[in-house]
Ligand binder design. Structure first.
Ligand SMILES: [Zn+2]
Length: 600
């Protein structure tokens, strides 16, 4: 890797100031002026670096491709030579005339990607993530930062940083990058919990009902505060983007960005799903943003930062997003049980679950989770899903071992108190060690099997200790009533996609008929035993064809017509349901009530 010509000495209490202007937002160009404060001693040059990734979204995204027109000036306004020396690194040269500064850097950034982790500017608003927009000076990332805005008339700005004069201030570059902003004419709603101000900024027209939303979010915040014994921040911002079909969230220490469909706020399943997203990102204010492994702050923004714990950071958060909603009275326990049962079914139906452990899935997030392909289901299992099941099983295991006196709450609270509340990253193995300590027994076997290994926790055995049972519920078949017994149906073992009248194979699952027959993703299905291949025909075959019967699959592959014989497999069509165990002993029911109080 290239090095700056001379490592700059960084004096204390120097503030880098960014001014973000957007004179023509419809061009999607942020115009940024960066004032670099003087160095401690004259320098012969310095490097400007832009992150390649956004913390919380584990993929190298090469934000520097959107930077243009970068120039630098010395103290007297003299233009300085700038050379790009790496994909995300610009070198300002002063070799002939070393100086301390201050220096001024100007550049523009094209921002037209509407996701929670990128930046988006148009005539309606400007949304910014520091990782896409703000450079740091090599060696001076730990110095204070300020950001000011030069806004179009009638626009305002919301961001989680404290205001200082006409600007916002951050203690260091990490805090700046961790503080997304929203500019425009968005709606702003406010509430307080335990005296701490919370702001909700909503961009996009939707059907939100402000009073209900504020009441529900404040119940959520209170549930988090109850678990950890207080709120870990001085202020918190919910940045909400309403956009058709949008779905996504990103956590920050004092804020969250979420994107959701505009018409998601009428009471019902869609609203519950919106609350689930708020709850997930909110729980991250503790788990990930404060309870964090080494490398998760201060960050190296120039390369991948690996951890084997995303199952605990993301997956356990998926489990708590449900628990927190139950504890806040925002969903019924049955909804938590439905979500967990759905996760278990998806997990057990994924061939990759027996290939990739939770630890490996975490480690490989950078090259796998964010880059799924047709082979993913056969070799990978999401650390979100597997992690949520591990979290659930660990909670039940601890509760069973301690007769309900302790739970996974105690593990998280202890790791929080020991490390996070003192500003420290936790050491490797902290979850496992603390879990054993809380359970009062060695849980190495649990971690060997379910975290480092590829076994699935035995919910069939765990749930009865809580007065619950895992039941296989027959899947409905079209318009009929659900059958009384789980039916065995004909199985292709593939996922197809219908588009513009064409049926294409998207995934073929290992160990099932399409995969065994040599069919591949991308095959365009034309006919099944001489009958036009479409979704109706697939449904008809699933209903009427017998497992073991032969189907001639006619398809186009790279423009050639082929016919491939396939022998239909047998598939038991069921979903899981967690139901009260009618024969449960009193003790089990009592333990179950401590876990999910109102559930039975
Ligand atoms: Zn998350």
């Amino acid at each position: 890797m290239a090095r700056p010509p001379r490592r700059p000495a960084a004096p204390a209490s120097r503030t880098t100031t960014f001014t973000v202007a957007m004179p023509r937002p419809e061009t999607h160009l942020f115009e940024i002026t960066m004032r670099v404060p003087p160095f401690a001693a004259p320098v012969g040059g310095f490097d400007l670096v832009l992150p390649v990734w956004t913390p919380g979204s584990y993929m190298v995204r090469e934000y520097s491709r959107h930077v243009r027109d970068l120039t630098a000036e010395g103290p007297a306004g003299t233009p300085l030579p700038v050379v790009k020396v790496e994909k995300n690194r610009w070198r300002v040269g002063l070799a002939d005339d070393p100086a301390r500064g201050p220096f001024t850097v100007r550049y523009r950034v094209f921002a037209h990607e509407l996701t929670v982790r990128t930046s988006h500017l148009d005539a309606t608003h400007g949304y910014g993530n520091g990782a896409n927009l703000f450079f740091y000076v090599e060696g001076r990332k730990d110095e204070p930062q300020r950001v000011a805005f030069d806004l179009p008339a009638g626009w305002r700005v919301t961001m989680p940083l404290p205001r200082a004069g006409g600007a916002f201030r951050a203690a260091d570059y990490d805090e700046l990058v961790d503080s997304p902003f929203e500019c425009g004419r968005h709606r702003v709603l406010e509430f307080r919990v335990h005296g701490v101000p919370h702001t909700l900024a909503i961009w996009g027209a939707g059907n939100e009902e402000p009073r209900r939303l504020l009441r529900d979010l404040s119940a959520l915040v209170k549930a988090g505060a109850r678990m950890f014994g207080g709120l870990p921040y001085d202020r918190y911002v919910f940045l909400v983007h309403l956009s058709p079909g949008a779905r996504g969230g990103l956590e920050h220490r004092a804020s969250q960005s979420v994107a959701m469909d505009p018409f998601t706020f009428a009471p019902g399943a869609a609203y519950r799903d919106a609350l689930r997203l708020f709850s997930h990102e909110f729980f991250h204010a503790w788990n990930v943003k404060r309870i964090r492994p080494r490398g998760f702050g201060p960050f190296d923004y120039t390369r991948e930062v690996y951890t084997r714990d995303l199952w605990a950071l993301e997956g356990v958060t998926c489990y708590y997003q449900e628990l927190l909603l139950v504890r806040a009275g925002l969903q019924e326990p049955k909804h938590l049980l439905e979500e967990m049962a759905k996760a278990l079914k998806g997990h057990r139906d994924t061939p990759g679950a027996s290939v990739q452990s939770a630890e490996l899935s975490s480690f490989d997030a950078w090259i796998r989770h964010y880059r799924p392909d047709e082979n993913s289901p056969n070799v990978a299992e999401s650390y979100y899903r597997r992690g949520s099941l591990i979290g659930w099983a660990l909670d039940l295991t601890i509760r069973r071992a301690t007769r309900g006196r302790r739970s996974l709450d105690d593990v998280l609270v202890r790791v929080f108190r020991r490390f996070a509340s003192r500003g420290l990253a936790y050491p490797d193995g902290a979850f496992e060690k603390t879990a054993s300590e809380v359970a009062g027994r060695d849980l190495t076997g649990f971690f060997d099997r379910y975290v480092r290994g590829v076994e699935t926790p035995p919910f069939e055995r765990l749930l009865p200790a809580f007065g619950w049972a895992l039941r296989e519920t027959p899947e409905k078949d079209g318009e009929e009533q659900p059958p009384a017994k789980v039916r065995t149906v004909a199985d292709f073992g593939w996922k197809t996609k219908a588009e513009s009248g064409r049926l294409t194979l998207v995934e073929a699952y290992a160990g099932r008929p399409a995969h065994d027959a040599g069919l591949s993703a991308g095959d365009e299905l034309v006919a099944l035993s001489g009958v036009k291949a479409d979704e109706d025909e697939l449904k008809r075959l699933a209903r009427e064809a017998r497992p073991g019967s032969r189907v001639e699959v006619t398809l186009f592959r790279r423009g050639r017509l082929l016919t491939v014989p396939l022998v239909l497999g047998a598939w038991r069509a069921f979903s899981y349901e967690v139901v009260p165990d009618e024969g449960a002993a009193r003790d089990a029911r009592r333990l179950g009530r401590r876990w999910l109080p109102a559930a039975r």
